[in-house]
Design a protein around this ligand. Structure first.
Ligand code: 1CP
Length: 346
């Protein structure tokens, strides 16, 4: 099948479809027993990310089970920090742990010297996937957006209040600007290589954009992601790029007005009628079912799906969650969701 005929690409182009394409953020992961099996065989989580054979396998698992319209490369946003030379690990039950950047001296140790060599296995995973995926399935490559990745690099892991990252933003402006600039360059190059290896669509995750004041959001979420889009499109003018600026509320309008993103991924707090009237005329939308509805299942799930389909409909729309699948999700509920969306539960 030609790329232009794939359902996800047709939705991004604004065609009216019988039912929207569907894929789910974190569709590969711990809620699937087969993922837990492969993950145990791989060793650590990062070993899995850097093992092209096993990373390909876990990317394909949810496609085999549910027949989603898109597969997302199995990796993590923090491989970019790792490839820039910062020590990154993942601890069971705790999430990512990084050797936090303290100042400009730590930042100066990082660089692009071994970047592509380090990420070679990820590019190989992308090309294997392009060869192995069903013909109708779109392959999505991805990266974290600079603010979200910078927050992990400065905080040393997940954070509740982002106090260290914001102390750089407000008190070490030069170092912070240098870190963001480094991430813009690294992320642009990383995404260009993914396209060259076979990615057909890209998604940028700015999971923590919603923690920023509106003006900072424009400076450190909108601006860097806009620059990345410009850099990638300078090499691949046609590549569709979806942005997930999670939690920005009315700020979604700023991203829609920027006019450069192919689609915006909405978190579950975004009002559907507002999104339909204010955003969808300007940009394709993706989202935004509450991941906990997928845990609940049953009537609540059917109602939630119908609500979204009725409002965001069949044009310029990709069905997804408002954030990633949680490990407690019963796989049968995911199968039910795919059926509901394809049958048009609206
Ligand atoms: O134990 C395990 O197996 C690790 C769990 C896990 C998985 C399955 C992590 C750790 N990352 C991933 C894969 C992953 N991460 C994908 C793969 C493709 C898919 O969606 O199927 C993607 C796209 C990501 C992206 C990612 N990683 C984001 C952005 C999206 C989001 O969820 O907001 C973020 C913030 C991360 C960081 C991260 N990776 C893992 C954890 C536990 C975290 C921290 C999350 C936090 O701080 O709350």
């Amino acid at each position: 099948m030609k790329k232009a005929d794939k359902l996800l690409i047709r939705a991004l182009k604004g065609e009216t479809l019988k039912s929207p394409p569907i894929w789910l953020m974190r569709q590969a992961g711990r809620y699937l027993p087969e993922y837990r099996g492969t993950r145990a065989a791989a060793g650590s989580f990062l070993d899995l990310c850097y093992n092209p054979m096993l990373a390909t396998e876990v990317t394909l698992q949810p496609i085999r089970r549910f027949g989603f319209d898109a597969a997302i490369l199995f990796s993590d946003i923090l491989v970019v920090a790792d490839a820039l030379g910062q020590k990154v690990g993942f601890e069971e039950g705790r999430g990512p742990v990084l050797e936090a950047l303290k100042d400009g001296k730590d930042l100066a140790q990082l660089g692009l010297g071994k970047f592509h060599q380090h990420l070679g296995p990820v590019y190989e995973t992308v090309s294997r996937l392009r060869a192995d995926l069903p013909k109708e399935t779109t392959l999505i490559g991805f990266a974290g957006a600079p603010w979200t990745v910078a927050s992990y690099m400065i905080e040393g892991g997940s954070s509740r209040d982002f106090s260290k990252a914001k102390s750089w933003m407000y008190g070490r402006q030069q170092d912070f600007a240098a870190l963001i600039a480094l991430l813009v360059e690294a992320t642009s190059q990383y995404l260009i290589q993914q396209v060259e290896a076979g990615a057909e669509v890209l998604q940028l995750f700015d999971s923590w954009a919603g923690t920023l004041a509106h003006n900072d959001m424009r400076l450190f979420s909108l601006e860097p992601t806009r620059q990345i889009v410009a850099n990638v499109r300078a090499v691949h003018p046609e590549i569709p790029i979806i942005l997930f600026p999670r939690g920005v509320g009315a700020g979604y309008l700023d991203f829609a007005e920027a006019g450069v993103f192919s689609a915006l991924s909405l978190d579950q707090s975004v009002p559907l009628a507002w999104a339909r009237d204010q955003l969808q005329p300007r940009v394709a939308l993706q989202g935004n079912l509450d991941p906990q509805l997928l845990v609940a299942g049953g009537r609540a799930l059917r109602f939630g799906v119908g609500h979204i389909l009725n409002r965001l409909g069949k044009k310029r729309f990709i069905f997804n969650l408002g954030h990633g699948i949680v490990p407690e999700t019963p796989p049968e509920h995911v199968a039910e969701l795919v059926k509901l969306v394809r049958e048009g539960a609206g």
